[in-house]
Design a protein around this ligand. Structure first.
Ligand code: SF4
Length: 214
């Protein structure tokens, strides 16, 4: 029976991407293959309990979810994640997948919005991107760069321009909390005329003290 190791399932307000501000149910999976320097979900590396896909679906339905974000950790590390995503779409939910870009995203159900978090040098994981993933992007997909400084911005801009990312999907640039001022990032974006969206981590503004479950 298909099953997953689940870290947490809860209702919140979506904090990032095109869905920011909308009521959302988070399904956080356990385990990650990266170790980003400013990771704010280290508790998801190992903590979790086994649930069948049916049990996850039942919990999601109990929470009356219309919008679902499957995240981690790194959700694609678990072999039954694609099945979970497909089954969530079958229930009529909007399903989003947040992934760190290091694993193959091509097999994910076409109804799923894939949100690929491309790691910049400041994260310590800049070599993690699986470049093939940029070949199979869909218009509905989202790419996010979390930026700590100007070097991260230049890294992101180079990739955006060399792969024409802003005309192929929605691209977000988000300042790393406490490391880069949003106003500074805004100035860089405007100066270069980049057609990206400046993303703020809304959940950290709403619940600044919370360490999990937001
Ligand atoms: S990919 Fe995400 S969960 Fe994994 S270490 Fe980086 S920030 Fe943390």
């Amino acid at each position: 029976m298909p099953s997953l190791i689940i870290n947490e399932i809860y209702r919140t307000i979506s904090g990032e991407g095109a869905s920011a501000g909308r009521p959302c149910t988070i399904v956080r999976l356990t385990g990650c293959n990266l170790r980003c320097l400013w990771c704010d979900t280290t508790y998801a590396y190992n903590e979790g309990r086994k649930m069948t896909v049916d049990e996850v679906l039942a919990e999601v339905q109990r929470l009356d979810a219309k919008l679902l974000l499957v995240t981690g950790g790194e959700p694609l590390l678990q072999t039954d994640t694609p099945e979970l995503l497909g089954r969530l779409c079958d229930t009529g939910c909007e399903a989003l997948l947040e992934t760190n870009g290091s694993l193959d995203i091509s097999g994910v159900d076409t109804r799923v919005v894939r949100c690929v978090d491309i790691k910049c040098p400041g994260s310590g994981q800049a070599d993690s991107l699986r470049r093939d993933n940029l070949d199979c992007l869909r218009k509905t997909d989202e790419i996010k760069f979390v930026l700590a400084d100007r070097s991260d911005y230049d890294f992101a801009r180079e990739l955006i321009e060399s792969r024409d990312l802003t005309s192929r999907c929605t691209v977000f640039m988000t300042p790393a909390a406490g490391l880069l001022r949003p106003a500074e990032l805004a100035e860089w974006i405007l100066a270069d005329g980049l057609q990206v969206r400046l993303g703020l981590q809304l959940h950290k503004i709403i619940w600044p003290e919370a360490e999990r479950g937001v």
